[in-house]
Write a protein that binds this ligand. Sequence first.
Ligand code: GUN
Length: 283
Amino acid sequence: MGNIIDGKGMSEDLQERIKEEASMFTREHGRPPGLAVIVVGDDPASKVYVRNKEKACERAGIISFNYRLSSDKTHDEVVRLIKELNLRNDVDGILVQLPLPSHLDADQVLMTIDPSKDVDGFHPYNLGRLLMGLPTVIPCTPQGIMYMLRASGIDPDGKDAVVIGRSNIVGKPVATLLTLSHATVTICHSHTKDLDDKVKAADILISAVGKPRMVKGEWIKQGAVVIDVGITRDKDGKLTGDVDFDVARKRASLITPVPGGVGPMTIAMLLMNTITLAKGHVS
Ligand code: GUN
Protein backbone atom coordinates (compact mmCIF):
# COMPACT_ATOMS: atom_id res chain seq x y z
CA MET A 1 0.00 0.00 0.00
CA GLY A 2 3.05 2.30 -0.16
CA ASN A 3 2.50 5.39 1.95
CA ILE A 4 -1.12 4.67 2.82
CA ILE A 5 -2.00 4.04 6.48
CA ASP A 6 -4.30 1.02 6.40
CA GLY A 7 -6.81 1.92 9.11
CA LYS A 8 -9.13 -0.88 8.06
CA GLY A 9 -6.44 -3.54 8.42
CA MET A 10 -5.20 -2.10 11.72
CA SER A 11 -8.76 -2.02 13.03
CA GLU A 12 -9.38 -5.64 12.01
CA ASP A 13 -6.23 -6.78 13.85
CA LEU A 14 -7.28 -4.82 16.93
CA GLN A 15 -10.80 -6.23 16.80
CA GLU A 16 -9.37 -9.76 16.88
CA ARG A 17 -7.52 -8.89 20.09
CA ILE A 18 -10.57 -7.16 21.55
CA LYS A 19 -12.64 -10.30 20.82
CA GLU A 20 -10.25 -12.35 22.94
CA GLU A 21 -10.44 -9.80 25.75
CA ALA A 22 -14.24 -9.77 25.60
CA SER A 23 -14.34 -13.54 25.73
CA MET A 24 -11.98 -13.60 28.72
CA PHE A 25 -14.16 -10.99 30.48
CA THR A 26 -17.28 -13.07 29.80
CA ARG A 27 -15.66 -16.23 31.18
CA GLU A 28 -14.45 -14.45 34.31
CA HIS A 29 -17.59 -12.47 35.09
CA GLY A 30 -20.40 -14.59 33.71
CA ARG A 31 -21.66 -11.83 31.45
CA PRO A 32 -20.34 -10.07 28.33
CA PRO A 33 -19.23 -6.42 28.34
CA GLY A 34 -22.31 -4.29 27.52
CA LEU A 35 -22.67 -1.12 25.46
CA ALA A 36 -25.90 0.92 25.26
CA VAL A 37 -26.28 2.89 22.03
CA ILE A 38 -28.85 5.68 21.85
CA VAL A 39 -29.87 7.38 18.61
CA VAL A 40 -32.48 10.12 18.59
CA GLY A 41 -34.14 11.00 15.29
CA ASP A 42 -33.28 9.79 11.81
CA ASP A 43 -30.06 11.45 10.69
CA PRO A 44 -29.07 9.13 7.82
CA ALA A 45 -25.30 9.25 8.52
CA SER A 46 -25.87 8.51 12.22
CA LYS A 47 -27.94 5.46 11.32
CA VAL A 48 -25.09 4.05 9.21
CA TYR A 49 -22.44 4.79 11.89
CA VAL A 50 -24.53 3.22 14.62
CA ARG A 51 -25.30 0.11 12.58
CA ASN A 52 -21.55 -0.33 11.99
CA LYS A 53 -20.85 0.09 15.72
CA GLU A 54 -23.50 -2.49 16.63
CA LYS A 55 -22.21 -4.99 14.05
CA ALA A 56 -18.68 -4.58 15.42
CA CYS A 57 -19.95 -5.21 18.97
CA GLU A 58 -21.63 -8.41 17.84
CA ARG A 59 -18.46 -9.65 16.08
CA ALA A 60 -16.38 -8.89 19.19
CA GLY A 61 -18.69 -10.58 21.70
CA ILE A 62 -19.82 -7.30 23.30
CA ILE A 63 -23.57 -7.08 23.87
CA SER A 64 -25.13 -3.90 22.49
CA PHE A 65 -28.42 -2.56 23.82
CA ASN A 66 -29.90 -0.44 21.08
CA TYR A 67 -32.29 2.45 21.64
CA ARG A 68 -33.78 4.14 18.58
CA LEU A 69 -35.79 7.12 19.81
CA SER A 70 -38.08 9.21 17.63
CA SER A 71 -37.00 12.80 16.90
CA ASP A 72 -39.82 14.24 19.05
CA LYS A 73 -38.42 12.85 22.33
CA THR A 74 -37.99 15.53 24.99
CA HIS A 75 -34.85 16.25 27.01
CA ASP A 76 -36.48 14.68 30.08
CA GLU A 77 -37.37 11.48 28.22
CA VAL A 78 -33.82 11.03 26.93
CA VAL A 79 -32.35 11.80 30.35
CA ARG A 80 -34.72 9.32 32.03
CA LEU A 81 -33.39 6.56 29.76
CA ILE A 82 -29.75 7.53 30.45
CA LYS A 83 -30.38 7.51 34.21
CA GLU A 84 -31.86 4.00 33.96
CA LEU A 85 -28.82 2.82 32.01
CA ASN A 86 -26.49 4.47 34.55
CA LEU A 87 -27.94 2.11 37.19
CA ARG A 88 -27.88 -1.13 35.19
CA ASN A 89 -25.16 -3.65 36.07
CA ASP A 90 -25.11 -5.18 32.59
CA VAL A 91 -24.37 -1.82 30.90
CA ASP A 92 -20.70 -0.77 31.01
CA GLY A 93 -20.73 1.97 28.39
CA ILE A 94 -23.36 4.46 27.20
CA LEU A 95 -23.08 6.13 23.80
CA VAL A 96 -25.39 8.92 22.64
CA GLN A 97 -24.87 9.31 18.92
CA LEU A 98 -24.35 12.92 17.83
CA PRO A 99 -25.72 15.10 16.37
CA LEU A 100 -28.92 15.20 18.39
CA PRO A 101 -32.06 16.92 16.98
CA SER A 102 -31.78 20.69 17.41
CA HIS A 103 -34.36 20.95 20.24
CA LEU A 104 -32.07 18.87 22.48
CA ASP A 105 -28.99 20.38 24.14
CA ALA A 106 -26.29 17.79 23.49
CA ASP A 107 -23.97 19.10 26.24
CA GLN A 108 -26.73 18.86 28.85
CA VAL A 109 -27.65 15.35 27.72
CA LEU A 110 -24.03 14.12 27.73
CA MET A 111 -23.53 15.49 31.25
CA THR A 112 -26.16 13.07 32.60
CA ILE A 113 -24.08 10.01 31.61
CA ASP A 114 -22.26 8.50 34.60
CA PRO A 115 -18.59 9.44 33.90
CA SER A 116 -17.61 5.81 34.65
CA LYS A 117 -19.88 4.71 31.74
CA ASP A 118 -18.92 7.55 29.38
CA VAL A 119 -17.56 5.37 26.58
CA ASP A 120 -17.00 8.37 24.23
CA GLY A 121 -15.14 10.40 26.86
CA PHE A 122 -17.38 13.41 26.18
CA HIS A 123 -18.41 14.14 29.81
CA PRO A 124 -16.79 17.34 31.18
CA TYR A 125 -15.23 15.27 34.00
CA ASN A 126 -13.42 13.05 31.50
CA LEU A 127 -12.56 15.88 29.10
CA GLY A 128 -11.15 17.82 32.07
CA ARG A 129 -8.99 14.88 33.09
CA LEU A 130 -7.80 14.58 29.48
CA LEU A 131 -6.80 18.26 29.46
CA MET A 132 -4.86 17.69 32.69
CA GLY A 133 -3.08 14.65 31.24
CA LEU A 134 -4.66 12.31 33.83
CA PRO A 135 -5.77 8.75 33.02
CA THR A 136 -9.28 8.88 31.54
CA VAL A 137 -11.59 7.62 28.80
CA ILE A 138 -10.16 9.08 25.59
CA PRO A 139 -12.63 10.00 22.81
CA CYS A 140 -12.61 7.30 20.14
CA THR A 141 -11.58 9.16 16.98
CA PRO A 142 -8.68 11.09 18.61
CA GLN A 143 -7.52 7.86 20.28
CA GLY A 144 -7.67 6.05 16.92
CA ILE A 145 -5.59 8.82 15.32
CA MET A 146 -2.90 8.60 18.01
CA TYR A 147 -2.88 4.81 17.68
CA MET A 148 -2.36 5.06 13.90
CA LEU A 149 0.52 7.52 14.34
CA ARG A 150 2.20 5.29 16.93
CA ALA A 151 1.67 2.11 14.91
CA SER A 152 3.20 3.86 11.87
CA GLY A 153 6.31 4.81 13.85
CA ILE A 154 5.48 8.54 14.04
CA ASP A 155 6.49 10.30 17.27
CA PRO A 156 4.84 13.75 17.53
CA ASP A 157 7.59 15.01 19.91
CA GLY A 158 8.91 18.33 18.57
CA LYS A 159 6.86 18.15 15.35
CA ASP A 160 4.66 20.95 14.05
CA ALA A 161 1.10 19.62 14.04
CA VAL A 162 -1.86 21.40 12.48
CA VAL A 163 -5.41 20.40 13.42
CA ILE A 164 -8.24 21.75 11.25
CA GLY A 165 -11.50 21.70 13.23
CA ARG A 166 -12.19 22.57 16.87
CA SER A 167 -15.04 20.24 17.83
CA ASN A 168 -15.26 18.59 21.26
CA ILE A 169 -15.42 15.22 19.47
CA VAL A 170 -12.22 15.43 17.42
CA GLY A 171 -10.39 18.77 17.06
CA LYS A 172 -9.97 19.81 20.69
CA PRO A 173 -9.18 16.35 22.14
CA VAL A 174 -6.74 15.41 19.37
CA ALA A 175 -4.96 18.77 19.75
CA THR A 176 -4.69 18.02 23.49
CA LEU A 177 -3.30 14.52 22.89
CA LEU A 178 -0.74 15.87 20.40
CA THR A 179 0.28 18.54 22.91
CA LEU A 180 0.65 15.89 25.63
CA SER A 181 2.89 14.03 23.14
CA HIS A 182 5.05 17.19 22.90
CA ALA A 183 4.04 18.38 19.43
CA THR A 184 3.69 22.10 18.73
CA VAL A 185 0.02 22.36 17.82
CA THR A 186 -1.88 24.93 15.76
CA ILE A 187 -5.67 24.65 15.79
CA CYS A 188 -7.34 26.06 12.66
CA HIS A 189 -11.05 26.63 12.03
CA SER A 190 -13.52 28.59 9.96
CA HIS A 191 -12.15 31.96 11.16
CA THR A 192 -8.50 31.10 10.48
CA LYS A 193 -6.62 33.45 8.13
CA ASP A 194 -4.32 32.03 5.45
CA LEU A 195 -5.18 28.38 6.13
CA ASP A 196 -2.96 27.30 3.24
CA ASP A 197 0.13 28.80 4.91
CA LYS A 198 -0.66 27.04 8.19
CA VAL A 199 -1.11 23.69 6.42
CA LYS A 200 2.11 24.17 4.42
CA ALA A 201 4.05 24.31 7.72
CA ALA A 202 2.57 21.06 9.12
CA ASP A 203 4.70 17.98 9.74
CA ILE A 204 1.49 16.31 10.91
CA LEU A 205 -1.87 17.42 9.52
CA ILE A 206 -5.19 16.32 11.04
CA SER A 207 -8.23 17.51 9.13
CA ALA A 208 -11.66 17.12 10.75
CA VAL A 209 -13.99 19.46 8.91
CA GLY A 210 -16.31 17.48 6.65
CA LYS A 211 -15.85 19.51 3.46
CA PRO A 212 -14.80 17.33 0.51
CA ARG A 213 -11.32 18.13 -0.86
CA MET A 214 -11.10 21.54 0.87
CA VAL A 215 -7.43 20.87 1.69
CA LYS A 216 -5.55 21.19 -1.60
CA GLY A 217 -2.88 18.63 -2.39
CA GLU A 218 -0.38 21.42 -3.14
CA TRP A 219 -0.65 22.67 0.48
CA ILE A 220 0.85 19.46 1.86
CA LYS A 221 4.48 19.79 2.98
CA GLN A 222 6.82 17.29 1.35
CA GLY A 223 7.07 14.29 3.71
CA ALA A 224 4.16 15.33 5.97
CA VAL A 225 1.86 12.83 7.70
CA VAL A 226 -1.77 13.43 6.72
CA ILE A 227 -4.72 12.13 8.76
CA ASP A 228 -8.07 12.78 7.09
CA VAL A 229 -11.03 12.54 9.48
CA GLY A 230 -13.58 14.05 7.05
CA ILE A 231 -16.09 11.69 5.54
CA THR A 232 -18.72 13.20 3.29
CA ARG A 233 -20.77 11.76 0.46
CA ASP A 234 -20.11 13.82 -2.69
CA LYS A 235 -22.63 14.52 -5.48
CA ASP A 236 -21.99 11.09 -7.04
CA GLY A 237 -22.57 9.32 -3.71
CA LYS A 238 -18.84 8.57 -3.25
CA LEU A 239 -17.37 8.91 0.28
CA THR A 240 -14.79 11.69 0.18
CA GLY A 241 -12.32 13.09 2.71
CA ASP A 242 -11.34 16.70 3.47
CA VAL A 243 -8.03 16.30 1.63
CA ASP A 244 -7.47 16.17 -2.12
CA PHE A 245 -6.07 12.66 -1.80
CA ASP A 246 -4.58 12.01 -5.24
CA VAL A 247 -2.30 15.06 -5.18
CA ALA A 248 -1.63 14.99 -1.41
CA ARG A 249 -0.56 11.36 -1.58
CA LYS A 250 2.37 12.26 -3.86
CA ARG A 251 3.75 14.71 -1.29
CA ALA A 252 2.89 13.00 2.02
CA SER A 253 5.15 10.41 3.63
CA LEU A 254 2.01 8.80 5.08
CA ILE A 255 -1.68 9.45 4.45
CA THR A 256 -5.00 7.90 5.52
CA PRO A 257 -7.55 6.99 2.85
CA VAL A 258 -11.30 7.73 3.00
CA PRO A 259 -12.96 5.32 3.47
CA GLY A 260 -10.72 2.77 5.21
CA GLY A 261 -8.63 5.14 7.33
CA VAL A 262 -9.81 6.85 10.51
CA GLY A 263 -13.41 5.51 10.44
CA PRO A 264 -12.63 1.86 11.21
CA MET A 265 -10.17 2.91 13.93
CA THR A 266 -12.90 4.89 15.69
CA ILE A 267 -14.94 1.70 15.94
CA ALA A 268 -12.01 -0.35 17.28
CA MET A 269 -11.40 2.30 19.98
CA LEU A 270 -15.09 2.27 20.95
CA LEU A 271 -14.88 -1.48 21.57
CA MET A 272 -11.63 -1.05 23.47
CA ASN A 273 -13.12 1.69 25.67
CA THR A 274 -16.14 -0.55 26.39
CA ILE A 275 -13.87 -3.34 27.63
CA THR A 276 -11.78 -0.91 29.70
CA LEU A 277 -14.93 0.46 31.37
CA ALA A 278 -16.30 -3.05 31.93
CA LYS A 279 -13.11 -4.07 33.73
CA GLY A 280 -13.40 -0.95 35.90
CA HIS A 281 -16.95 -1.86 36.89
CA VAL A 282 -16.09 -5.26 38.30
CA SER A 283 -12.73 -4.78 39.94
N1 GUN B 1 -20.87 11.58 15.93
C1 GUN B 1 -19.79 11.65 15.16
N2 GUN B 1 -18.73 11.02 15.74
C2 GUN B 1 -19.19 10.54 16.91
C3 GUN B 1 -18.58 9.79 17.96
O1 GUN B 1 -17.40 9.44 17.95
N3 GUN B 1 -19.39 9.48 19.00
C4 GUN B 1 -20.69 9.86 19.04
N4 GUN B 1 -21.39 9.53 20.10
N5 GUN B 1 -21.28 10.56 18.10
C5 GUN B 1 -20.53 10.89 17.03
